[in-house]
Design a protein around this ligand. Structure first.
Ligand SMILES: [Cu+2]
Length: 168
């Protein structure tokens, strides 16, 4: 009759070692996947939907509501040859390498434009206009409507934040 010790046969010990090895490997693979996923998420680029509306603030049509505008818009007045509009929002904050899907909504009857240093979009009256822009480098970039009657008031800033490098 053969006796078995508590430690079992040599085959039992190797089977136990194999099981331990499999458990250790499985744990390591799970950890690697998590790390890879996390660093992928941190370094990924993003698409951002940005909607900008052209908003009239002090235009000639408003002289009926605000009588002081009649003298402001007259020859020699503080708004002679000008009208004041706003980009809403006028500050856009994104991350470096983001792709911006820009939608411009212009509900009123004057055309506008959206001009960055490397992008120029004509924005017709009473229309919705789309454009795409990649924020290639970090920094603060002015954008304007370059229609002379709307300068220098119709402007804003694109703030591009630096994306920190993730160490694996
Ligand atoms: Cu404009």
């Amino acid at each position: 009759m053969r006796k078995f010790s508590d430690a079992g046969t040599p085959m039992d010990r190797s089977t136990r070692c194999l099981c331990c090895t499999i458990i250790v490997c499985a744990t390591a693979v799970t950890a690697c996947r998590t790390t890879t996923h996390d660093s992928g998420r941190d370094t990924a680029t993003h698409k951002r939907e940005v909607v900008i509306t052209m908003v009239p603030l002090l235009t000639k049509e408003l002289a009926k509501t605000y009588p002081f505008l009649t003298s402001d818009f007259s020859k020699g007045g503080v708004l002679d040859g000008k009208e004041i509009y706003e980009f809403m929002p006028s500050t856009i904050t994104v991350m470096e390498r983001d792709t911006l899907n820009l939608t411009f909504i212009n509900p009123e009857d004057d055309p506008h434009s959206f001009v960055l240093e490397d992008l120029s979009v004509a924005i017709p009256a009473q229309a919705v206009t789309h454009a795409t822009y990649v924020a290639r480098r970090a920094g603060i970039f002015d954008f304007v409507c370059d229609i002379p009657a709307h300068l220098p008031m119709m402007r804003g800033q694109l703030v591009v934040l630096r994306r920190e490098r993730v160490t694996p």
